[in-house]
Design a protein around this ligand. Structure first.
Ligand code: Z57
Length: 869
């Protein structure tokens, strides 16, 4: 045994000679070679972008090296693999993440300095890979990083969109969308595999056939499109492992239009071929409205079919019988978007591999697990039966068969309870007969994961109540996480050094639990000094960025208060705006001595609105209208600045998060499944102002509720408050016209708020409860105080005449209280810094490493497979 190992090690050292070297001289040589032979520029004349390209290619070589070793090792060991299917991956930039994970960032920085380049400047040349919308997609990217780092034998599968998420440009305060030409200058982070390609079929008919005396169905497709693989190596940190994210692009198939050739219409045949490519052309930019679009369904099936062919080919290389399939393969479906894969596995096993239905179903049920990210039943994906029947006729039949058998089984448990049966059915009858993709997943998957504890609770008690009662063991909580590699090590290097210095080790980068060791020093004045310096430097970078983009000068002494995320009514950016208007109105009513007590704020908002989401677009315009007014008002000065950061994306987040003091997470309780942005802020020592929703509940448990600013209605209060909404309406009329002075003796807290903020507040008593209304501020918007009166009318209606579904009115009072508490704390910098340190120290649970360990052990049943060295 010992001798064997020694021989192996010797062999490895022999091989080491051939590995690419990472000393600065070798790196310089490689970079210059790439300048000359890859970028094809002169070694003596190339610009920053070309230097970036050459640099990226030299990193790519090093990634490929590890990728090869890892996959050779996986092949040799043949462990059970996890295949992670997701329609979206939000990877952002790759350069710094790669050199960090490869552990050669310093060497590269030195190499470039010697060549007369600045690493930071070159890194800024890279554009984002934005093949996703928001949280769901970025979470997928974080999970890939953790899978690689923890040495799991994992593959990611997705779609290589030609155009990622649109670029947001702002013209006169309005959002406009522009295509994201991310591939125009080449993408050094992918490897095209022209030889790894599979045909994907659509349309056609289903016919019966007799095979060995047995009747079976065969699908005669009407169209075939080729899926070509593009591999994106994902390096782990502190390991040689680099796993693969394989993205599929659509190409015309060679058999595609043979018939047209024979008719002689050669030119048309060639032109028509190009239509195939539309499948992977563009990412859908509205993440949660399912409109039954044919192209969307084709995208889903396209990547699922190609991925499954690839997975099955790999399996068949080493195994004869599908009996072993569940021992070698775990399939994770990210939300229901890839859930057509359930029908596809059944089709392949039954129609092509000729397994019995029940055998095939048993296999399917043992390989699939799903994570649900939606909260509302309305958020669940449905596919019209007519559409599915036309695009994938055989899959529709299979889903009917699955449903028939499911209903038979359910009848055994529930008898003739037809209400229940129809709720649980995969098929929804109604105006548009549709397939409920969530129910298909529930029927098949052995595990159904929620993304936070409150979210799982909602799934169990409301959204999937019937299924939970039937199969409680399927339902599991896997609270989301984010990777500390990107969100601390890469994006906040100063914080990274502080943590390593105080813990005396870098081990927390792979084992983040250690970060709690910082608690011990939460009061240490030396740490406080370092911590505050770190924050100030990060704020300086952010302030420069803000000034370049928006020409607004901000004071570093102000509290940087940030809300960055997709614009959605439930995330209540409007509540933030009403708070800002309120603050502005208060400042306007203050005399000079009052003003001296105001904590200066820079309110930063960023995010994209889905192109068709009118209300969200109006919120963006309101941010700009208010910013215009406030930022140019000499009465306000540095006390309040409002900034909208355009084109929010992963790279912008990497810059903004480390430089913020306070971050806002304002979803109406029960609407945010988890939220992952808050975890990034937490790690970076930014205090959270949040509702008790999604993962914020668990964050409060970890760091202590006293270390954040919680406010608002609780999850279980929301339904009753909505009911009451109509009865409160009468008082709204009153609130519109009257400015209320609050008697200090009766309502000391409210009085304090009104003193701090002025009086554009309406209060009302209901029994022992006091409600404060936002309507004073809405009134200002409605009256045209910020211009665009007609345009903002419908936005104002959502909180006034529209019944205020998201409860801005109800939550406003406690929102202002939480804001006031944040102001008071900020004045006490020692207290603030202590809370900030405790936030970072308590963030360990919210690493995606923890999330992935839970998935590996509880859902997938996989073990690490670490490539030697
Ligand atoms: C999306 O980004 C999320 C849920 C969805 O149903 C869709 Br579609 C897109 C988000 C949730 O809103 C977040 O709360 C959650 O943190 C994230 O998914 C990752 O689970």
């Amino acid at each position: 045994e010992l001798g064997g190992r020694k021989a192996k090690v010797e062999k490895m050292f022999g091989l080491m000679d051939e590995f690419l070297k990472n000393d600065p001289i070798s790196l310089q040589k490689d970079i210059l070679d790439h300048v000359e032979f890859t970028v094809a520029r002169s070694r003596f004349s190339f610009d920053d972008f070309e230097a970036y390209q050459a640099l990226a290619h030299s990193v790519r070589d090093r990634l490929i090296e590890r990728w090869h070793d890892t996959h050779q090792y996986f092949k040799k060991k043949d462990p059970k693999r996890i295949y992670f299917l997701s329609l979206e991956f939000l990877m952002g930039r790759s350069l710094t993440n790669s050199v960090t994970n490869l552990g050669i960032q310093d060497q590269y920085a030195d190499a470039l300095t010697q060549l007369g380049f600045d690493y930071e400047v070159l890194a800024e040349q890279e554009g984002d890979a934005a093949l996703g919308n928001g949280g769901l997609a970025r979470f997928a990217a974080c999970q890939m990083d953790s899978l690689a780092t923890l040495d799991y034998p994992a593959w990611g599968y997705g779609l290589r969109y030609q155009y990622g998420l649109f670029r947001q440009i702002i013209v006169d305060g309005f959002q406009h969308e522009q295509p994201d030409f991310w591939l125009n200058f080449g993408n050094p982070w992918e490897i095209e595999r022209v030889h790894v390609s599979y045909p994907v079929k659509f349309y056609g008919t289903v016919e019966e056939e007799v095979l060995n005396g047995k009747k079976c169905k065969i699908w005669i497709p009407g169209e075939s499109v080729e899926a070509v693989a593009y591999d994106n190596p994902i390096p782990g940190y502190g390991t040689r492992n680099a796993i693969n994210l394989r993205l599929w692009a659509a190409k015309p198939s060679d058999q595609y239009d043979m018939e047209s050739y024979t008719t002689g219409d050669y030119i048309n045949a060639i032109v028509n071929r190009q239509k195939a490519e539309t499948i992977s052309n563009v990412l859908y930019p509205d993440d949660r409205s399912y409109q039954g679009k044919e192209l969307r369904l084709k995208q889903q099936y396209f990547f699922v079919s190609a991925s499954l062919q690839d997975i099955m080919r790999r399996f068949k290389d080493l195994h004869r019988s599908f009996d072993e399939f569940p021992e070698k393969v775990a399939l994770q479906i990210n939300d229901t978007h890839p859930s057509i894969s359930i029908a596809e596995v059944m089709r392949v096993l039954v129609d092509e591999e000729h397994l019995d239905w029940s055998k095939a179903w048993d296999i399917a049920c043992r390989i699939f697990s799903v994570t649900i990210h939606a909260v509302q039943p309305e958020g669940l994906e449905k596919i019209p039966v007519d559409l599915l029947g036309s695009v994938l006729p055989r899959h529709l039949e299979i889903i009917y068969e699955i449903n028939y058998r499911l209903m038979e089984e359910l009848k055994k448990s529930f008898g003739q309870d037809y209400d229940k049966l129809s709720r649980m059915s995969i098929i929804e009858e109604g105006a548009v007969k549709s397939i409920r993709m969530a129910n298909l997943s529930l029927a098949c998957c052995h595990t159904v994961n929620g993304v936070s504890r409150v979210h799982l609770e909602t799934l169990k008690t409301r959204v999937f109540k019937d299924y939970y009662e039937l199969w409680p063991q399927k339902f599991q909580c896997k609270t989301n996480g984010v990777t500390q590699r990107r969100w601390i090590v890469v994006s906040n290097p100063s914080l990274c050094s502080i943590i390593s210095k105080w813990l005396g080790t870098e081990a927390w980068i792979r084992n983040v639990d250690l970060i709690s060791g910082l608690r011990e020093y939460a009061k240490d004045p030396d740490l406080h000094t370092e911590w505050k310096n770190m924050k100030r430097v990060n704020k300086m970078r952010l302030a420069e960025y803000i000034e370049t983009l928006t020409s607004v000068k901000v004071s570093l002494d102000a509290m940087f208060d940030v809300q960055i995320k997709r614009i959605h009514e439930y995330k209540r950016q409007l509540l933030n705006m009403l708070g800002i208007i309120h603050r502005y109105d208060c400042i306007k009513n203050m005399d000079e001595s009052d003003k001296r007590r105001v904590v200066p704020r820079v309110c930063i908002i960023g995010g994209k609105a889905a192109p068709g989401y009118e209300v969200a677009k109006k919120i963006i315009k309101l941010c700009h209208a208010v910013a215009d007014k406030v930022n140019n008002d000499p009465d306000v000065g540095d006390l309040l600045k409002v900034v909208f950061i355009p084109d929010y994306n992963v790279s912008v987040a990497e810059l903004v998060i480390p430089g913020s003091d306070l971050s806002q997470h304002l979803s109406t309780a029960g609407h945010e499944a988890s939220g992952t942005g808050c975890m990034k802020f937490l790690m970076n020592g930014c205090l959270l102002l949040a509702t008790a929703d999604g993962s914020a509940v668990e964050i409060a448990e970890e760091i202590g509720a006293e270390n954040m600013f919680l406010f608002g209605a609780k999850v279980d209060e929301v339904p009753a408050l909505r009911e009451k909404g109509t009865t409160l309406k009468g008082s709204l009329q009153f609130a519109r016209v009257v400015r209320v002075r609050i008697p200090s003796k009766v309502f000391p807290v409210l009085f304090a708020i009104s003193m701090q903020f002025g009086s554009y507040v309406a209060a009302r008593c209901l029994g022992s409860k006091v409600f404060l209304y936002v309507l004073g501020n809405v009134r200002m918007v409605r009256d045209g105080y910020f211009g665009f009166k007609d345009y903002f009318k419908s936005l104002c209606d959502t909180v006034e005449d529209g019944g205020d579904f998201y409860l801005l009115g109800y939550d406003f009072a406690s929102y202002l209280e939480a804001q006031a508490a944040a102001d008071r704390t900020f004045v006490d910098q020692e207290k603030w810094t202590q809370m900030s340190i405790l936030s970072t120290a308590g963030s360990g649970k919210f690493s995606s490493d923890r999330t992935i360990e839970e998935y590996a052990q509880q859902s997938w049943g996989i073990e690490p497979c670490k490539c030697p060295f």
